[in-house]
Write a protein that binds this ligand. Structure first.
Ligand code: IPT
Length: 995
């Protein structure tokens, strides 16, 4: 396995680690950033690990978006099954240091299970700890308290750097301990993130800042090479700038994020990247450190299935193959599994799902065609080492007879690659062409030789080859694409594929037609060309298998190729890798001289077909530990059937359960005491980016409240001059707010999915005349959708406040109102250390912990649940529990679905869904788009009691009604993955001092 070779390299001679002060550029030594270790090295072509070149085919995965650490291995195995070699992960500082000075990375926030899973799956890791990460997370990864930092963020200001020091030292140490130099999986790390977007006139880039970020991590012991991911190849920080990185790279999201018109590929395809890279960092391999694998989505967007279409299998073919044409040998796809913005970890411009339209769905399913397509692509690089050293040439029209086709060659002294695509890269036409290939022995050939043309159908791109070694054989050329090949003793198996109806040709050195035999299928023409034979066929649904001497060639249609796997070998005794056709997923295989044991998942009854690597006289074939009846033919091919039966199981009907409900806005009652609330008496703000407009600060962040619902209470003595009340609340994109005066509804801001909501003042007419001299209280509820990211430096958008920005009560000065506020109980001294600093907000039920399992509901009213409806503006909390007893051996995706129509008369509501205390969904009924909220096993106890809580905030006169709430079962698979440990679910306990 991958890691068996890696010894532990003692950290000797690293005395520079102890030099700890903040650096300035002049004292920086260039030498120590390079080659502090000799395991991960590189040249201009590729990365090398222990001296061996490796294609870094990497999947972006954020463990914090799946709060069941025991499931990380499941995702990583699904990535490994694609043939990837690496995973890149961000760390979200916000979740780890919710209180300044208290770094906590335990429980679900512990990263050790990730390092362990990577080793078990056989994947390297790229660590991206920030401190700034962007990533569509609240604050771009900055903890809320960073809003109070007295320095500009992402700059060399001492206050900012000091704020990051504790986190960087701690996370740096954790990463350092898991570097490859210590037997761990981490091979690269990225300081900062896309440090390259500056406001005009800002003195950028700040080299000292960059070196200081790096130094924090290096001081913590990180020695693996550093990388930079620029968004636009500005060359601000390269391998040779005064402040630098070891490996320069960039990001790209070529089709953007408009998933509303998923057929439109808006920008031209880049072809000058390598030239730019060679100028900026001629000593670096060409690295794409974040490349589009899907898209993020704003509130009110079209949903992630649309993003999956925008970035579908055709996108992967055309755009990724262009990356190979350009020469990428470090290629990280963002996201490969997106996950969930559970527990308010997302930024305001998103919503709960972070599915991203990725190859692996939010439910960890691998049914999207784009998953299978990546398996075809990534496996090719395992058997094509020449790719890593090929010289790259410009794309041109010179390689075909049709200017509608552009080819980019990549060449070694022997092997040559020809990456063809439509000249107009997003064309959907079918175009015929003849390709010119160079061969060492036979000069230039125009192929196909036995038919008129090849064809590119719709959006497609192909990697054609010449002089390509396959074991002891040489492909003079192949127009069909190679999936894999393996040599087994004196036999070699090659698997190639093509799209429907395409004509392909493959030529093998040194054979005659008499040495060829059609083993399966029909319609393969064989001709001798003196020195080599050519096989020519048209792709049909029928598979063709041809033996050419000792080489067996499987000529597949692409849809069939999708079902082939080259599974990682979990245990191997003396035999080689296996090529197997299966169904839904093969995770690993154990091979011995007599037996094969596949481990995988099924979604239907499946025929297993081992076309390479089965022991010649197989005694035992197992699938997930169960013996199968099998046949082995004279060519050694093994076939067996694995039966799938959907489990018999039931999930409860949520509408039939007994629910309890309670008003969670007791603040409206005259008997409610806010004595324990935080006084909003700060006459200034600590937020240096946003001067106050009010006499005292009403920014949640000044008082330590950074997550979800904020509630304000403003008291004043009436003078009967009051007529209207204007209020500018702010909770980020798509936020909403509601104002009451005593227990009377004043009005709501329903929110919008545009930036306009960032500057919106609501003007309300007060519902009734106020009595002179009487005390009144405004209650203002503000939905904080998450803090903004901090992309542009030094705009400090993370500091955009949440709360009340301004207000005006007619007949009064502002200081006539004295305010109190609350957010989550304890603010930065948050109570639920298990679910982290962001999971709960400021609703009364949350402050008391009633969203946690087993709340004391005895005295609450009986209810039919959230579908019962609320008659007037207010917030009600519904609680229920149910038992699950789901069969073992199945992966059962469960989602909570809110029926939500926009029929006339439907009133706006905002709901939060809690499952076993974890917030796993927020609904904004009038903006959307999300109505379906997957909750993974491990948060749901599949064999035990589960507690569900739903808060429903009705914003409009007449109240609101959740039209339906169901537990929905997704596509079930029989799975071998049985290592799921439930996330910790501490239950409700009386919270002393809760108010
Ligand atoms: C790039 C960020 O680096 C990454 O964190 C994430 O936000 C991603 O975008 C989008 O999902 S920034 C790039 C769009 C310029």
């Amino acid at each position: 396995m991958l890691f068996s070779k890696i010894g532990v390299i003692p950290l000797l001679g690293l005395s520079w680690l102890s030099s700890a002060q903040i650096l300035n550029v002049d004292s920086r030594s260039n030498a120590h950033s390079k080659r502090q270790q000799d395991i991960v090295t590189w040249d201009d072509k590729s990365l090398m690990i222990n001296g061996e070149r490796l294609m870094i085919f990497s999947a972006e995965f954020h463990p914090f978006r799946l709060p069941v650490p025991s499931l990380w291995l499941d995702v990583l195995q699904k990535i490994k099954a694609l043939g990837y070699t690496c995973v890149s992960f961000y760390v979200d500082w916000h979740l780890l240091e919710g209180k300044q000075g208290e770094f906590r990375a335990d429980g679900i926030f512990d990263l050790q299970p990730l390092f362990d899973a990577a080793k078990e799956a056989g994947l390297y890791l790229i660590a991206r700890p920030g401190p700034y990460i962007n990533a569509e997370v609240s604050g771009g990864g900055y903890p809320g308290w960073v809003q109070r930092v007295q320095g500009r963020l992402r700059t060399n200001d001492a206050a900012y750097l000091e704020a990051t020091a504790n986190y960087s030292a701690n996370i740096g140490r954790i990463i350092a301990e898991n570097q490859i130099t210590k037997g761990g999986p981490v091979i690269l790390y990225q300081p900062e993130n896309e440090y390259q977007s500056f406001v005009k006139g800002y003195n950028a880039p700040d080299y000292e800042y960059w070196e200081n970020v790096k130094k924090q991590f290096e001081d913590a012991g990180i020695v693996v090479p550093s990388i930079n991911n620029e968004a636009h190849m500005n060359g601000y920080i390269t391998t040779s700038t005064p402040a630098n990185v070891d490996i320069y790279g960039h990001d790209s999201y070529p089709v953007g994020f408009d998933c509303t018109r998923p057929d439109i590929w808006p920008t031209p395809l880049a072809t000058d990247w390598l030239a730019k890279n060679n100028k900026l960092a001629p000593d670096s391999p060409y690295a794409l450190l974040e490349f589009q694998g899907g898209g993020f989505q704003p509130p009110g967007g079209k949903g992630f299935e649309a993003c999956a279409i925008l970035t579908n299998h055709e996108f992967e073919r055309v755009v990724y193959k262009n990356n190979y044409a350009v020469g990428a040998t470090i290629f990280n796809i963002y996201m490969t599994f997106g996950g969930t913005n559970w527990g308010n970890l997302g930024h305001a411009e998103g919503y709960t799902s972070y599915d991203y339209g990725s190859p692996i769905t939010e439910e960890r399913l691998v049914w999207r065609e784009k998953y299978s397509e990546m398996k075809l692509q990534a496996n090719f690089f395992h058997v094509s080492p020449a790719y890593l050293v090929a010289d790259r040439f410009n794309s041109s029209l010179d390689w075909t007879n049709n200017p509608a086709i552009t080819v980019t060659p990549g060449m070694t002294k022997t092997t040559k690659f020809y990456i063809s695509r439509h000249t107009q890269y997003n064309s959907t036409q079918t175009v015929a062409y003849k390709l010119k290939v160079k061969t060492a022995k036979y000069g230039e050939l125009s192929v196909p030789q036995m038919s008129d043309s090849l064809s590119l159908t719709r959006r497609d791109s192909k990697i054609h080859l010449s002089d390509y070694p396959v074991g002891d054989h040489n492909l003079v050329y192949s127009t069909a694409e190679v999936f894999t090949w393996k040599k087994y003793g004196d036999k070699t198996v090659l698997v190639v594929y093509g799209g429907p109806n395409e004509v392909h040709e493959l030529a093998v050195e040194g054979h005659t037609p008499s040495q060829c035999e059609l083993l399966s299928g029909s319609g393969v023409k064989i001709e001798s060309k003196g020195g080599y034979v050519v096989a020519n066929w048209a792709v049909t649904s029928e598979r063709k298998v041809v033996r050419i001497g000792t080489l067996t060639v499987y000529m597949l249609n692409r849809n069939e190729a999708y079902n082939f796997y080259v599974p990682p070998v979990a245990k191997q005794i003396g035999l080689s890798e296996v090529i197997v056709k299966a169904g839904y997923l093969i995770r690993t295989v154990e091979v011995s001289s007599k037996s094969l044991n596949f481990v995988g998942d099924l979604n239907s009854t499946t025929t297993l077909e081992v076309i390479g690597g089965a022991p010649s006289s197989l005694k035992m074939l197992k699938f997930n530990g169960k013996s199968l009846k099998f046949k082995q033919d004279k060519n050694g091919v093994v076939t067996a059937k694995v039966a799938f039966a959907a489990p018999k199981m039931q999930v409860p009907k949520l509408g039939k359960l007994k629910w309890k409900k309670i008003d969670t806005l007791p603040e409206l009652s005259s008997s409610y005491s806010d004595a324990a609330w935080t006084r909003a008496d700060l006459k200034k703000t600590y937020n240096i980016a946003h001067p106050l407009r009010t006499p005292t600060s009403l920014y949640g962040g000044d008082y330590g409240y950074h997550t979800r619902t904020l509630i304000f209470r403003g008291e004043f003595t009436a003078n009967s001059q009051e007529k209207d009340f204007s209020i500018y609340t702010q909770g980020g994109m798509a936020f909403g707010s509601t104002v009451w005066l005593n227990d009377e509804f004043v009005g709501s801001y329903l929110g919008g999915s545009t930036w306009e909501s960032y500057n919106y003042t609501s003007k309300y007419t007060l519902p009734s005349r106020l009595e002179n001299g009487k005390r009144y209280t405004f209650t203002v509820v503000v939905d904080n959708m998450g803090l903004d990211g901090n992309y542009v430096i030094p705009e400090d958008r993370q500091k955009r406040p949440r709360g009340i920005i301004d207000y005006d009560l007619s007949g009064h000065t502002k200081s006539d109102i004295s305010w109190k506020l609350t957010g989550n109980l304890g603010g930065e001294n948050y109570l639920d250390k298990v679910r982290g600093p962001l999971n709960e907000g400021g609703l009364w039920v949350e402050r008391h912990g009633y969203h946690l399992p087993a709340p004391p509901t005895k005295d609450w009213a009986n209810s039919r649940g959230p579908t019962e409806g609320i008659e007037k503006p207010g917030i009600t909390f519904y609680s229920t529990s149910f038992d699950l007893d789901l069969p073992k051996g199945y992966d059962i995706p469960l989602s909570f679905t809110f029926a939500n129509s926009t029929a006339a008369g439907t009133k706006a509501y905002r709901a939060q869904l809690f499952v076993n205390g974890y917030q796993f969904g927020t609904v904004v009924s009038n903006i959307g788009p999300q109505t379906r909220f997957p909750v993974p096993q491990g948060i749901l106890d599949f064999n035990g009691k589960n507690y569900v809580g739903v808060s429903v905030w009705a914003l409009e006169k007449g109240g609101a009604k959740v039209e339906g709430l169901e537990l929905e079962v997704g596509m079930m698979t029989a799975t071998s993955f049985d290592k799921i440990k439930n996330a910790p679910v501490p239950k409700w306990e009386l919270r002393k001092g809760a108010y």
